[in-house]
Design a protein around this ligand. Sequence first.
Ligand code: ADP
Length: 408
Amino acid sequence: VSYTAEWAGRVHESQGEPMRDAEGTVTGVIGVAMDVTERRGLERELEQRRLRDQQEREIRFDTIVRSMDEGVLVVKPDGSIHFANEAAGRLLDQPVEVLLGKPAAQVRGEEEWRRFLTPLLEGAKVTRREELALHTTARLLHLRAQAETVSLPNGDPAGFVCVLTDVTDFHDMSRLKNDMIGFVSHELRRPLSALKGYALTLLQQGVEKVGPETVNEFLREINNEADRLNQLTAQFLDVAKIEAGLAIELSPQSFDVHALVRQVAATQETASGRCAIEVQCAEGVHELRADRDKLLLVLSNLLSNADKYSPQGGTVQVRVTPNHAGVGFAVADQGLGIPQEQLRYLFSAFHRVRDASREGISGTGLGLYLCRHLVEAHGGTMEVESTLGQGSTFSFTIPASAGVEARV
Ligand code: ADP
């Protein structure tokens, strides 16, 4: 028999054993009583310290997990989300309260998300590591997802833990680097080899043999190609400036808007000859003060896109209309159109829509990015409306006093 008793502020632990004779009859009791107050105090203190340590560990874990940039998800064996930190909510584009309790496979609509989770949800012991592209309301995110199933000490499955790391910047940087290399080698090569071709012919055959008319034609082409190189490098420098966070310098001047639009349209028609370009200039807008060269670049980029993403023989319209904010420009085509979900990324550097209908159409994905920045440098805005398979309209407004206010 043992018992513990507390009296007079002290704790006593007593134990007793019956004493028996040879027949087994109880003849007495041997008892030991101990004052265990100090030991109990120590034990209580140890228990409290253990609880405090555990609480501290939990708080520390909680603080670390909550403040992490990585998203953490703990998923139960039935596939429902048991825990999600703030970052997981941000990366999966859903508030944490919405994530909790929801089936993990249903928090994203993307097929690759479900494919990533399937082996983990099947319960077998697995480790998964994959890069996923998820569309959020803000932008396209590239996530490195790592997940591992966990088991209870008896070996039963206990669900899995998934860590999501946002690698979008890294992804964009490496794409930017590759795209830049591609841009330089592809876009600069064409005019350079044309220049080389004309120069070599003249050198090898001699000016007399080629004849003055052909020499003149060659010189005109050399001049055009040099202009194209100039435009490309200027575009490239503008992109580098924008990427470095520097302002685009504007050189405003007053010019005739209609003349500019007609010039761009005629140049485009001559250069490509694929589509007919209709120019509609409303009465009442003639003079604009802005950076003429930059505006020319914007219009020729939009017209060149409208032309190259339209079927041969299509019609492209350029409309110039005064509006309350200044002068409105619109370039409309009846071409391939753009998928709705791509519209929000259209003005990002190097973003290209890739689908079967666009195979073989070359480009850098820089045109619209530059256009938007050039328009914004003037204090204007740029918009796009498009229906896949039916056509697109790119419109922008240049404030009437753009040239004065936007001077850097
Ligand atoms: P690029 O034409 O060099 O690829 P842009 O920045 O000018 O780059 O355009 C980005 C993407 O938007 C293109 O890859 C193209 O798929 C799409 N796009 C641009 N303009 C049009 C248009 N008028 N019609 C259909 N798609 C377009």
